[in-house]
Each structure stands twice: as structure tokens, then as C-alpha cells.
Design a protein around this ligand. Sequence first.
Ligand code: PTJ
Length: 251
Amino acid sequence: MEHAADPSHPRYRSLLMRHRLEVAAEKGMLADSALIAHGRGEAYDYLLGEKTILSADFATKVALRCLKDATHPILSLNGNVVALAGDEMLRLAHLLDCPVEVNIFYRTPERMTALLSDLNERNDRLGLNVEILGANPDGEIPGLKGPRAKCETRGILQSDVLLVPLEDGDRCQALVAMGKTVIVIDLNPLSRSSQTGTITIVDEVSRCIANMIDSVNLDLPRQSDYIHEEILQAALDSIVGGMKDRFKTAE
Ligand code: PTJ
């Protein structure tokens, strides 16, 4: 059930996202710290003007091209991502003809079951047949300790290009060290994941995936046109410049 708030309300989108998290929390899908992580994201999104900035739009298109050109692309999903953008992720995986893999930081059997069953329900409701991995973790990401290293051999382990929204910095670094192209979606341009990913999209996850779906048939820029430091700096500039613009309007 979606949120009952009026779509014309200025904070509708934000209320809708919070509601999605509340529903997911009730179903046991989320980590205890999921709402804290979301709050940090919301703060950055507010500073970015709650819109896709130009540099993020460019990074999105480069990332999409990498995913389309990959031999074994995969979309890695955690609790927050399934809650906020589960449908969009499945639609994108369908368009790319690739699997998704549930891969969570705070791993418990109960959360894995809740997330896998939520995704299976979404698949059915959307009339899609996306392969959903994560139930049989028979591999490990080298260099990481504990349950967060677990993954599937024919999923994350064999992938050459991965989409990892809201990723943990250590795991992002470990995946890059394996020689993979790691595409990060993170509203915080200063996070370790943003810094260490191969391609970073500083945007809200559901907005970013909707943009990817809309861009799937466009002529897309190449990875060689992407300059990581410039993309991150542009996001920081947008946050600072955005504030200047707000003060100008207030004068
Ligand atoms: O489901 P699990 O167990 O894998 O846990 C998921 C969370 C997100 C709780 C876990 O990975 C975590 O604690 O993440 P962090 O270290 O808080 O990092 C989350 C990053 O995502 C932060 O840099 C936030 O700014 C950013 N973020 C939060 N919400 C969004 C976001 N980025 C894009 N879109 C969002 N909606």
C-alpha cells in the first residue's frame, strides 16, 4: 500500500519514501540502522535540491552504458534499496537481462528470507521473471570478514560490472580490488564508497534507477569520458552553490 498523503504536497516524495521504509521495517526487511542511514541520505538530498544534478545525470548514463556492455552485469540489493526502489530495480534488471542479488551488510537468515520473499512478490506483481540471487551464498568476497562477505558464485563473484547502491566502504573497496567495475549510488559525495567506487552517481537511489530506465535506449557516453574526481567535486560544488543561490533568492 502506498502513502495516503496528497501527491501535490511539497514533501510528498519524501513522505512516500519514509512510508516505504516503515512498511519494510514492519516486514522485517531492514537493518536496525536503516532509518539512520536514510536520514543521512535525506540531508544530502535536501542540500542537492532533491533533484538529479547534471553531473549525476552524466554519471548515470556512463554507468548504464557499462552495465549494457558488461558480460556479467549484476544489481546488488540491500534492505534500504529493496524498500525504496525494489520495483525500479527489477524493471532495470529486466531491461538489462541480468540478475539481482540480495547482499546485505547486517545479514540474518530472517532478513534474507523477508527480502527474498518481498522481491519474489514484486516480480509476480510486475509480471517479470528476473532471476533473484542471494539465497545460496556459496562464495565470499576476498579480504572481507564476517557474513557481509557472503555472496553467490554465479552472481556477484563472477560479475564484471556491479551496481551497488548505498554500499559499505570496505566492501566497495574489496570489490574494486577484485578488478570489477563498481558503480556506486550514494547521496554523500564524501563517503568512502563514493570515493572508492569506479563510477559514482551522487543521486537518490529511486530517482537514479528511474533515470536509468528512461535512458536505456539513448546513445550513451563512454566510461573514458568519465572523470571521477570531477564528478564528485561537481556534487560538492552543487551543494555549496545551491546554498548561495538560496541566499540570493532570500535577499
Ligand atoms: O540492508 P543492509 O544490512 O545491507 O544495510 C543497509 C544500510 C544502508 C543500513 C547500510 O549499508 C549502512 O549502514 O549504510 P551507511 O554506512 O549508513 O551508508 C549509507 C550511505 O547511503 C550514506 O552515505 C547515505 O548518505 C547514503 N544514502 C542513504 N539513503 C540514500 C542514500 N544514497 C542514495 N539514495 C538514498 N535513498
